[in-house]
Design a protein around this ligand. Structure first.
Ligand code: C2E
Ligand code: CA
Ligand code: CA
Ligand code: CA
Length: 276
């Protein structure tokens, strides 16, 4: 099951019996994983680099398979999506992270924003909004502590309906951020129609700054766009002081990346970012 990466997946699809075998095995281990508590939610800090304060955290799923060890999200989420398990998994992540927010709040830590990733299928589920509401009620988590990360492809695949749904969610007091910005196909003019609060500049634009002139130009343009549309802008995948320095100088002070912290367990996150 460890080798369900994209490439191997294609390899298996050439051999149908092996392919189905692997899918069945993977589905069984995914089912089992939920029951058997093999998933864990990790939290990655988002920092205001101007003030050095924690501004939020992104919840990222981790799978610790008893035999195969750690399996990366992108090695099982696509299959989970294909076999119809992604909604259950996303719901589990959402509830677990919401419960954690309440615990941290009760312990007196300043509530910062919790960002949650969504699969397309999850957002497009007809009951998505009511599931979201009941998760808030069940966990006691406040809508203003939550941010949902959507991507351009989430929205473009079902434009009218997605906008209506995001507006409804936004009305509940939940923020929306646009993940992986710049890697999708949506037109810039759609941005003003969407109820979004934040753009996340994709890591691919951050990697080679400040050396790569094109990336520098793109990042500056995205920051200017955010200023004029009154959106918060956060850069993802920031690993070096040089990248961070360039971003802050150019007006992007929200930073997420290994420079400030890797995704980590609730205990580590608490010790490293909340207790201080
Ligand atoms: P993403 O939403 O773009 O998340 C950011 C990814 O970049 C995470 O990978 C994170 O660990 C990684 N990252 C953060 N900072 C750095 C850095 O400085 N350098 C490098 N090299 N990487 C960095 P991860 O955790 O492997 O997750 C991959 C993707 O899987 C996520 O991309 C997201 O699309 C998806 N994902 C993760 N958890 C969930 C979930 O609970 N539900 C859904 N639907 N998708 C999830
Ligand atoms: Ca994300
Ligand atoms: Ca991202
Ligand atoms: Ca991504």
């Amino acid at each position: 099951a460890k080798s369900m990466g994209k490439d191997n997946y294609q390899f298996y699809s050439e051999d149908m019996s092996n392919y189905s075998y692997n899918r069945i095995k993977m589905k069984q281990s995914l089912d089992f994983a939920l029951e058997n508590n093999e998933f864990e939610v990790y939290y990655q800090p988002q920092i205001n680099a101007k003030t050095n304060e924690l501004s939020g955290m992104e919840a990222l799923i981790r799978w610790n398979h008893p035999e195969d060890g750690y399996i990366a999200p992108l090695d099982f989420l696509p299959l989970a999506e294909e076999i119809g398990m992604i909604i259950e998994i996303d719901q589990w992540v959402m509830k677990t992270a919401m419960k954690q927010m309440l615990i941290w709040n009760e312990q007196g830590y300043n509530p910062v924003i919790l960002s949650l990733n969504l699969s397309i299928k999850h957002l497009q589920h007809e009951n998505f909004v009511s599931m979201l509401k009941s998760n808030l009620e069940e966990t006691g988590c406040k809508p203003e502590w939550i941010e949902l990360e959507v991507t351009e492809s989430h929205i473009m695949s079902n434009y009218e309906e997605s906008i209506a749904k995001l507006k409804e969610i936004n009305k509940l007091g939940i923020r929306i951020s646009m993940d992986d910005f710049g890697t999708g196909y949506s037109s810039l003019s759609h941005l003003k129609l969407l109820p979004i609060d934040k753009l996340k500049i994709d890591k691919s634009f951050v990697n080679d700054i400040p050396e790569d002139e094109e990336d520098v130009a793109i990042i500056k343009a995205i920051i200017a766009l955010c200023k004029s549309l009154d959106l918060t802008v956060l850069a993802e995948g920031v690993e070096t002081d040089k990248q961070s320095g360039f971003l802050v100088e150019n007006g992007c002070s929200y930073i997420q990346g290994y420079l400030y912290g890797k995704p980590q367990s609730n205990k580590d996150f608490e010790r490293n970012f909340l207790k201080s």
